[in-house]
Design a protein around this ligand. Structure first.
Ligand code: ADE
Length: 234
C-alpha cells in the first residue's frame, strides 16, 4: 500500500512512522509513506495557505489553491488512483470497520488540514471521504492521520509478527478483547485464572469467548446492538 500524506507539518510524522510496526511494514515493502508539504504549493511571498473567513468570524480557513495544487501534484506521482481522505471532525466516524475497508485499498491520500477548517469548495471540488476520529476538536488533522495510518498498517497482511493477532483482538469480532495474562503465575497475590494454565484448548477458548461477551456487555453494550460493527461483514 502507498499512503500519501498532505500536511503543513511533515516533520510531526517522522518519529511515529520511524517506530515499531509502521517502520517494519515500510522496511518489509508492505507500506510506502510519502509526505508532501502543502505549504510548498503556496504562491504568494508569505507562503500563505490560509486566510480570514468571508463573512467574518474567528480563526483562519485553509485556502483552496494550495490544497488543489498539492493534491494534483501528489496524484501524478503514481499511476495508482488513491482513495482521497480528508480529516475533519465533520467526517464519518473512524472505526475498525472503516480501517479494514481502507486496508484493502492500493493507495490512500490523506489530507490533514489545520486552523479553523477548510474552504467548503475543497469538499465540493475534491469529493474526499471525510473522516473523523471522534467527537472532539483537535488543532489539526495530523494526529487523526497518524491514527488512521497506524490502524490501517497493522491490518496489512504480514505487518504484525503473528497474523492471527489482528483478528483476535477487540472489535474484530465485534466484541472487546478477553483478559490476557503473562508470567508470573502469581504477582502480589494476584493469580492467573486456572483455566489458562490448564492446557485445555477448548476450555480456554470457551472461557475467552465468555469473558469477551461479558466485558462487552458491561463496558460497551452499544457494540452488541449497533449494526455498525464488523460482525456484519461476516
Ligand atoms: N481535525 C480536528 N479534529 C478532528 C477530529 N476529531 N477528527 C478528524 N480530524 C480532525
Amino acid at each position: 500500500m502507498r499512503i500519501d500524506l498532505l500536511t503543513l507539518f511533515p516533520e510531526a510524522f517522522e518519529s511515529i512512522f520511524a517506530s515499531s510496526i509502521i517502520q517494519r511494514a515500510q522496511q518489509k515493502g508492505l507500506l510506502e509513506i510519502v509526505l508532501t508539504n502543502i505549504r510548498d504549493f503556496a504562491l504568494d511571498k508569505h507562503n500563505s495557505v490560509d486566510d480570514k473567513p468571508y463573512g467574518g468570524g474567528p480563526g483562519m480557513v485553509m485556502m483552496c489553491q494550495p490544497i488543489f495544487d498539492c493534491l494534483e501534484h501528489v496524484e501524478a506521482l503514481d499511476p495508482a488512483k488513491g482513495r482521497r481522505i480528508m480529516l475533519s471532525p465533520q467526517g464519518r466516524p473512524f472505526d475498525q470497520m472503516l480501517a479494514r475497508e481502507l486496508a484493502h485499498e492500493q493507495r490512500l491520500i490523506l489530507i490533514a488540514g489545520h486552523y479553523e477548517g477548510f474552504d467548503e469548495r475543497i469538499r465540493i471540488g475534491l469529493q474526499p471521504l471525510e473522516v473523523s476520529i471522534g467527537d472532539y476538536v483537535l488543532t489539526g488533522g495530523e494526529i487523526p492521520a497518524m491514527v488512521i495510518v497506524d490502524a490501517v498498517t497493522r491490518l496489512l497482511p504480514g505487518a504484525l509478527g503473528d497474523d492471527t493477532s489482528a483478528e483476535e483482538e477487540s472489535f474484530s469480532s465485534g466484541l472487546l478483547e478477553y483478559p490476557q495474562y503473562t508470567r508470573p503465575k502469581s504477582f502480589r497475590d494476584l493469580e492467573v485464572p486456572d483455566v489458562l494454565l490448564s492446557g485445555h484448548h477448548e476450555r480456554i477458548k470457551d472461557w475467552r469467548n465468555q469473558q469477551a461477551k461479558e466485558r462487552t456487555r458491561l463496558r460497551r453494550p452499544d457494540l452488541l446492538t449497533e449494526p455498525s460493527t464488523e460482525r456484519q461483514e461476516q
